[in-house]
Design a protein around this ligand. Structure first.
Ligand code: ADP
Ligand code: MG
Length: 670
């Protein structure tokens, strides 16, 4: 039987290294964490092309000669003095394993100097031998790892391509930089700076500097401070216009450590579930600070999953924080948009009035221009006051202004929308659907005799100007729903069994079209797409700029999957030769131009969806366009049948709901 022997230290270290140092990125993580623990405000990491030479320099507190030698002993740490300290740790390291481990599998040099010492210390370690000498160097510490894994050929063989290894390094540097926005990080690869954070930017700017977000995504901030409950969350999420096909755009940092946090992933799934399509994932950085007592920190350094003592309530706190921020953002956005439209409207009215007044002035020579302008100004003022009033929160809304839709029997001319809804129908409160109401898609009759393929796009109505009731005229509303009114050809009011519901017509229609188009794309795989496209007999030139042409060429594959086909002439100018049926009945050239504009900023994985959203948004009925009762019921019924009906594809709310208790509270504030 063999004799029991205690292993020599450097062999024990090599064995430990097998666990701590999986790959070059682990070395970077350990060394940078040491720099952070040393209070550095600047950290520079330089990596060789093969990722085997790693140099980490910091301006932290440094070490004196004695500590520097000790630091390379196994289980030597300045961060833990007793077992009790384990539960109140504020440092990243505490095991005292990293330096001896890394030193045992590389040629290692350390230069270090405390800020008040005149000279520094140089330690070299190779082949299990440690040498210390005095040296001149800047205050702080430089750790130099050369030829990583030189004496562990098995490990070396497991190293992946330099690109892959560097990718891991970059990922770790990104999360450290985001976890510590007040530290300036620089990452150099083969002499080239690939990442630099300033160390004095806000969290969102740091995320962009670190390269985790591109800077083009519109962001929503999450901030909840419940420090008294031992919980704080701060982060940024991209609005639902931006998402990915994988979870690589999500970063969770708990107590300054990047971790895999299933709680946060689940909460994000929940928060975005009705905002982005299935199988897509949001972009989010979520930083959580917890009482150290609530998380188990004594996890293995390479393990990234955390254990919580109170997972359930923590999940709820995270989920509420994320959902609330997203919802507030969506509502604020909708309000801003409506206000913007109203201001525009007011300006147009004022302008028209000014023009009108000026014309009168010229003719009659009686009114001076100043008066006309004054009138215009007053009108503008009045209009914008009115506009402002319209965006008061609903609790202050004047319910007198909700008019019921009169039943219209007279046919409508193509270009003018009659002021349909000025009559108050309060005496006849029940809503009737009548078959005489014939104005479904006013253009439809005019153009239906001409085969689609022969029509010239210019003769066709503009996108969003008519309501395509293309399916059978059936509609169905949930039990207890009764339409109460129609405000400014925009908002539809319903009494429901538990209260009041207000629906915006454009967004509801946009959501419906969007989901319909998505369903068509899914049918492409089933070979059904050909039934929902229109081939043009005469291809239509798109008159694109060179840039737009480039975007089109880039996105052609994605657009083909939506049912488009394009041809290019000798000069490279694009024409459309086939399009989704949805567009065949409208003036599609401007729609395609706008779509190309919208797709230009999308990355490759999002192009199809971006194009789909663009088409849906443009072909949806506009706010302010009067709809017949029947169209309204059809629109609402179609929308209620969509899968994710609470928001439009861009994340704006379609409906506002007030339950009876909520209404009561509005009238009886506590
Ligand atoms: P741990 O971080 O778990 O304490 P390490 O082996 O990583 O163990 O480091 C050992 C000790 O060396 C640390 O406790 C610290 O005192 C010292 N040290 C390591 N890196 C630095 C640095 N960059 N600046 C100052 N001190 C350092
Ligand atoms: Mg350490």
């Amino acid at each position: 039987m063999a004799k029991v022997l205690v292993l020599p230290d450097h062999i024990a270290s090599q064995i430990a290294a097998g666990e701590v140092v999986e790959r070059p990125a682990s070395v970077v993580k350990e060394l940078v964490e040491n720099s952070l623990d040393a209070g550095a405000s600047e950290i520079e990491v330089a990596i060789s092309a093969d990722c085997r030479d790693i140099r980490v320099a910091d301006n932290g507190h440094g070490m004196d000669a004695e500590d520097a030698v000790l630091a390379f002993q196994r289980h030597a740490t300045s961060k833990l003095r007793s077992a009790d300290d384990l539960w109140a740790l504020s440092t990243l390291g505490f095991r005292g394993e990293a330096l001896p481990s890394v030193a045992s599998i590389s040629r290692f040099t350390c230069y270090t100097r405390t800020h008040d010492a005149a000279t520094g210390t140089k330690i070299t370690s190779a082949d299990g031998e440690l040498k210390a000498s005095e040296t001149g160097c800047a205050p702080g510490t430089v750790m130099e790892v050369m030829e990583l894994f030189y004496n562990t050929p098995a490990r070396l063989k497991f190293m992946k391509k330099a690109n892959t290894e560097f990718g891991h390094i970059q990922e770790i540097m990104q999360s450290l930089a985001i976890a510590y926005p007040h530290v300036a990080f620089t990452l150099i690869n083969d002499g080239e700076v690939v990442m630099r954070t300033s160390g004095h930017a806000t969290l969102d700017a740091t995320i962009v500097q670190a390269g985790f977000f591109s800077g083009r995504e519109p962001l929503v901030e999450v901030f909840v401070d419940e420090s008294s409950q031992g919980f704080k969350i701060h982060g940024f999420m991209a609005k639902p216009t931006h998402f990915r096909g994988d979870r690589k755009g999500i970063l969770t940092i708990v107590n300054k450590r990047a971790v895999r946090c299933p709680l946060t992933l689940k909460a994000l799934d929940y928060a975005y579930s009705d905002l982005i399509p299935r199988g897509r994932y949001p972009l989010a950085v979520v930083k959580i600070e917890l009482d150290p007592g609530q998380v188990d920190v004594n996890i293995h350094p390479t393990k990234k999953e955390l254990k919580y003592s109170n997972g359930n309530s923590l999940y709820l706190s995270i989920q509420r924080a994320l959902t609330k921020s997203l919802r507030q953002e969506a509502i604020a956005h909708a309000n801003a948009r409506v206000a913007e439209q109203a201001a525009e409207q007011a300006q147009i009215q004022a302008q028209m009035l000014a023009e009108h007044a000026a014309a009168q002035h010229e003719m009659a020579q009686q009114v001076t221009l100043q008066v006309a302008e004054q009138v215009a100004q007053q009108v503008a003022q009045h209009a914008s006051q009115q506009a402002a009033m319209r965006f008061e929160p609903p609790k202050q809304r004047d319910f007198e202004s909700i008019a019921l839709v009169p039943e219209r029997h007279e046919p409508r001319s193509n270009n003018s929308y009659p002021e349909a809804n000025q009559i108050n129908f309060r005496e006849s409160l029940s809503y009737r659907v009548t078959e005489q109401d014939q104005h479904i898609a006013p253009y439809k009759r005019d153009i239906s005799e001409i085969p689609n393929s022969l029509r010239v796009a210019d003769d066709l109505p503009t996108a969003g100007e008519h309501f395509l009731a293309e399916t059978a005229e059936s509609y169905e509303l949930p039990a207890g729903w009764r339409m109460m009114g129609y405000l400014k050809n925009t908002y539809i009011f319903f009494e429901t069994h538990d209260g009041l519901e207000i629906i915006e017509q454009h967004i509801a229609h946009e959501r419906t079209l969007y989901e319909r188009l998505l369903a068509l794309q899914n049918s492409e795989t089933a070979g059904l797409l050909s039934e929902s496209v229109q081939q043009l007999v005469v291809s239509a030139p798109l008159n694109l700029t060179t840039d737009q042409n480039d975007v089109l060429k880039n996105s052609e594959a994605a657009l083909t999957r939506l049912g488009f086909a394009f041809s290019f002439d000798d000069q490279g100018q694009a024409s459309v030769t086939q399009l989704p049926l949805q567009l065949a009945q409208i003036n599609y050239v401007p729609v395609i131009q706008k779509m190309i504009e919208d797709v230009a900023t999308a990355d490759a994985t999002n192009m199809e969806l971006e194009a789909t959203k663009s088409i849906a948004c443009q072909s949806a009925i506009k706010n302010g366009m009067p709809l017949s009762q029947r169209d309204i019921l059809k629109l609402v019924s179609d929308w209620l049948n969509t899968e994710r009906r609470d928001t439009c594809p861009h994340g704006r709310p379609v409906r506002l709901k007030y339950s009876m208790p909520e209404l009561f509270e509005l009238f009886h504030p506590a």
